[in-house]
Design a protein around this ligand. Sequence first.
Ligand code: NCD
Ligand code: ZN
Ligand code: ZN
Length: 431
Amino acid sequence: MNQYLIQGGTVIDPTGERRADVLVRDGVVAAVDEHLGESPDAGGATVIDAAGCVVSPGFVDLHTHLREPGKEEAETIETGSRAAAKGGYTCVVAMPNTDPTQDCVSVVEFVRKQGEAAGLCDVRPSGSITVGRAGTQLTPFAELAEAGVRIFTDDGSGVQDPLLMRRAFEYALDLDIVLAQHCEVARLTEGAVMHEGHCCSTFGLPGWPSIAEELMVYRDIELVRLTGAPVHILHLSTAGSVELVRRAKADGLPVTAEATPHHISLTDELLAGYSALYKVNPPLRTMADVEAVRGGLADGTIDAIATDHAPHAPETKEQPLDQAPPGMLGLETALGVGLASLEMSVAEVVAALSWKPAAIAGVADTHGRPIAPGEPANLTIFDPNETWEVIPATLASKSKNTPFVGVELKGKTKHTLLHGAPTVLDGNPQR
Ligand SMILES: NC(=O)N[C@@H](CC(=O)O)C(=O)O
Ligand SMILES: [Zn+2]
Ligand SMILES: [Zn+2]
């Protein structure tokens, strides 16, 4: 098997930060030391230049929409995996709002196999909480857990019925699974296209109030307190939600949360041009919310940066705001947006992109590992200082609905290794 010598970089992993070369052989890290290039051990290895770069465990996305099966015109498991690899990800959790829904073992197995066939990223399918995500009947949790599903969610919608959600938590308790909630009380967001506040009144658009999110965050935290089963809050977006999660953690409850790159960087003012590129669920909020979410990441209230990568075919996003589907791309821009938006060290940002989400996704045996001999070589090598302009046509994702079009980002993935083999070299996908 090929050997790779990752030379001249700064290694950042859960154990700290140091200058070191990394030798990769047979899918695992073989050696980590300064000046490995001079060691006979590294003879014959292909050199990967990491000068000026950070070498970290691969990123893990808790929240990726791959659209297959059902909406292959927007993304496929292969194109989405390629976008993930380009963004520095070695593992993604595939959201279940596919058609058919990932609510049974056969669909989940299909997604996993397509991921393996693409070979660009470790694709871990989530399962839905309710059959068809219809909110009325629980899926076979035990069977799905047996098939390796760790994250259960009806993402795209929240589970509205509190009794059904209570039962879901009770069943989850014995299965080592995590319920991940899209927190939205649907009755409060009917017809909404953007955040409810000063801007929506000015633009004359129907609003999605913060309380529609916060009521469900509150309800689920209380159900966690009642049942003892863990919850993961998806794409948390309001200052009030940050405070609810902060208090839940202080109470010692098993509550985790993620924030998206767009909710730490963009505000509702972008809807001024009525472009559906900026329509997303939950919606872009105010600067005060953005700052609160950034603060939540900085103090550990929010555990992870998760992309909510939501590709949509161009025709659909060109429709009027009320008809266009919500969602934005995220995989290829998350690192640059995260580094630019957060007052956190590079190591802290990497933690929120790699080992913290790996623990929540239940993949910490394979991803987000220390970079040490014998560990699986799932690695990302990125230049934290390289600036680049986001040009939609150059993105690997099949869809082009990035809200960062034309924006100059700082921080770019150069190389990604999955089980010791490059999926991306010098920015170029290897398959
Ligand atoms: N975030 C979105 O606006 N859209 C997501 C669904 C979701 O994450 O709720 C999608 O599947 O397009
Ligand atoms: Zn959602
Ligand atoms: Zn989503």
